[in-house]
Write a protein that binds this ligand. Structure first.
Ligand SMILES: [Zn+2]
Length: 563
């Protein structure tokens, strides 16, 4: 098959899978995966792939599918593959089209637990050719954060999630107000001005408060009072009439609106009455035609509350698909704790490497595909599960091992004189041991007064005994003469089995700072070829670990990912 045609097919597959838009990196990854003969030419293929993308991204999804079929593509197989981890959705035949949503509160950064809701809802919408909606649930002016809207979108895009529609609840207050007024007029809701503890005391005994039975006219007046400033914060709430005998007191006449004086990051002080979570969720799920709500079981009680509102309004509740809680072991901070720590300056930002946020994972060189795979592997399991860093790292290692170019890095660095070494000038090593086609790097050798000078890590030196023969990796064997002053002696070039190997750097070293996952910085020296790396590149420092480049220049800063 023609080169262009082969790439075109993969690009179309990518487009069909992702709602009509193919992206450069995923297509290149797929080209590398499918056609080993093209791997070494990826870089020169970029213009061709870009040209193909600009062509197919203009096509309608139907045209894309048609052309893919003509080329013998396999969008169908992809579909089945993705289904493997995900069971079929119930009730699909009941609806004309599956519609799902991801509805984050922009009050903190996304971590893996949230990603699961987003990814599953997105994947299901795709699986059934449905619609996926992104909805910001920002009806608490006191905790919505302006910078989070963009950050959340960036995180989702990084994961390859695309949405068909985007909503902000803070734009929809008039709709919520209309619904509130309808409920008040119909005697299905009331404005309660009782003190919270007085209301609670009655509610817990299954008794109505005095506000409950006031006539609709009076309720509407009280409601206007809430909106116009007659009631301050905590002086009145709008409650739904649910069931005062409901076994769970938290479901009895739950609050739907309250007064919040704080300005909202998007709409300022335009409103002072704000719907509470369960109210706006319900109205929107209905109005947006959500057919399937895919959610964690911690929302069970909320669902019970919401079902009352649906019943009061005569609406049908969407189909719920429930999964267990997913935590990332060892990263216990909640959204609000993270926000607090960032604001206090205890954390350096939402992408602080000590966190399990998506932006922190991204900084450390975790690929979106690794995150997707581990989450989809857990799938819809109803039991609570904990994801270990080890499994995330193992998944990522599988993917980056093939991509990451290899370099030598020596933590700290102690100059060691090697006597009687042959004058070699430099050594050439492959950038990747399994991909000679990716080229070579040169490590120049520095000589002074007839001795070769190499930087070694103090830790490696400490592990050696005086007189012990070891190998300067890919260079030569030497024996340690003394630790202070650090001196060694040449002992041959032939690879000897069973002797320790150590990383080294000699001429023209580059200073490297490594930010570790515990927030500390380890300094050391890297080989001069590191001057050619780019920001964002993922590298492997041999015998040290995978790192992602964050800053280049005279010094190089990298973030440690994992071993
Ligand atoms: Zn009351």
């Amino acid at each position: 098959m023609e080169l262009r045609e082969r790439i075109l097919r993969l690009a179309l597959e990518n487009a069909v899978e992702h709602g009509g838009k193919a992206l450069l990196d995923p297509v290149l990854r797929r080209v590398a995966g499918e056609f080993p003969d093209l791997r070494q030419r990826l870089r020169e293929l970029v213009p061709l792939v870009e040209e193909i993308l600009s062509e197919i991204n203009l096509l309608s999804p139907e045209e894309q599918r048609k052309r893919l079929e003509e080329l013998g593509g396999r969008a169908v197989r992809e579909k089945r593959e993705r289904r493997k981890g995900l069971p079929d959705l119930p009730n699909v035949e009941k609806y004309e089209r599956v519609v799902t949503r991801f509805a984050p509160n922009p009050n903190g950064p996304l971590h893996l637990g949230h990603v699961r809701a987003a990814l599953l809802s997105y994947e299901y919408a795709r699986m059934y050719g449905g619609k996926f909606i992104l909805r910001f649930e920002d009806t608490n002016p006191a905790n919505a954060k302006e910078e989070m809207y963009g950050m959340i979108k960036e995180d989702l895009e990084w994961l390859g999630i695309r949405w068909d529609e985007e909503f902000y609840q803070s734009d929809r207050l008039e709709l919520y107000y209309r619904m509130a007024e309808r409920l008040l007029e119909e005697g299905k809701a009331y404005v309660c001005s009782c003190k919270a503890e007085e209301f609670r005391e009655k509610r817990d005994r299954g008794l109505p408060c005095p506000c409950r039975e006031l006539p609709p006219q009076e309720q509407l007046e009280r409601w206007r009072g809430m909106k116009e400033g007659g009631y301050g914060e905590e002086e009145a709430v709008l409650r739904l009439k649910t069931d005062l005998k409901h076994p769970n007191p938290a479901v009895r006449d739950w609050p739907a609106f309250r007064v919040v004086e704080a300005p909202h990051p998007r709409v300022g002080r335009k409103y002072r009455v704000w719907p509470l979570y369960n109210f706006s969720v319900s109205i929107d799920d209905h109005e947006m035609g959500i057919t399937h709500v895919i959610r964690g079981k911690e929302h069970e009680v909320n669902e019970e509350r919401q079902r009352f509102l649906f019943r009061l309004l005569g609406w049908e509740y969407p189909t719920v698909v429930q999964y267990g809680r997913l935590t990332l072991a060892g990263s216990k901070l909640s959204k609000t704790e993270i926000v607090r720590a960032v604001e206090k300056g205890e954390l350096k930002g939402y992408d602080d490497v000590r966190l399990g946020t998506l932006s922190a994972l991204r900084r450390r060189g975790f690929l979106p595909e690794s995150v997707r795979r581990v989450i989809l592997e857990v799938g819809l399991t109803p039991v609570d599960s904990s994801l270990s860093w080890e499994s995330l790292e193992a998944q990522n290692r599988k993917l980056v091992d093939d991509l990451a170019l290899r370099y030598f890095f020596v933590p700290s660095g102690v100059w060691v004189r090697v006597r009687n070494a042959p004058e070699l000038r430099e050594v050439e090593l492959p950038l990747h041991p399994s991909h000679p086609e990716r080229g070579k790097r040169r490590l120049p050798l520095l000589y002074r007064e007839g001795c070769l000078l190499v930087l070694l890590s103090p830790e490696d030196l400490r592990n050696l005994k005086e007189g012990e023969v070891f190998r300067l990796k890919d260079l030569m064997n030497v024996s340690l003469l003394s630790l202070s002053p650090p001196e060694a002696e040449f002992r041959g070039l032939e690879l000897l089995p069973g002797i320790p190997k150590v990383q080294w750097v000699s001429g023209d070293p580059v200073k490297v700072k490594v930010l570790k996952p515990d927030g500390t910085v380890e300094e050391g020296w890297g080989e001069p070829a590191l001057r050619g790396v780019k920001v964002g590149e993922i590298l492997q420092f041999e015998r040290y670990g995978f790192v992602r480049v964050e800053e280049t220049g005279k010094e190089i800063s990298v973030v440690f990912g994992h071993r």
